[in-house]
Design a protein around this ligand. Structure first.
Ligand SMILES: [Zn+2]
Ligand SMILES: [Zn+2]
Length: 95
């Protein structure tokens, strides 16, 4: 046992998140509400909802296309946050 747990530890986001959770809740493994990083996508072949980071549909093997989670500002190369409409650095409208 433990091999998949170990892997998870070394994924940046998860490591940060569980460290954060440790501070907030005093216990590790608790998932705080900052969880909304990956939007579920639907397999366009069979319609299965993919909620993880799968690159291929587990049901039909169709490659899953994802929208890039963060886009860069054309003007200053700042990364937009998911919900940003305007660049927080230079005010350029996101496309
Ligand atoms: Zn599928
Ligand atoms: Zn910008």
């Amino acid at each position: 046992m433990g091999s998949c747990l170990d892997l998870r530890k070394y994924q940046d986001a998860d490591a940060v998140e569980s460290a954060f959770a440790k501070i907030v809740s005093g216990k590790s493994g608790y998932k705080p509400v900052i969880e909304r990083r990956i939007d579920p996508v639907k397999c366009d072949k069979c319609g299965k909802l993919i909620e993880g980071t799968e690159k291929f549909c587990p049901d039909c093997g169709n490659p899953i296309k994802r929208k890039p989670t963060s886009t860069k500002c054309k003007k200053c190369n700042n990364f937009y946050n998911d919900e940003d409409t305007f660049c927080s650095e230079c005010g350029t409208k996101r496309e």
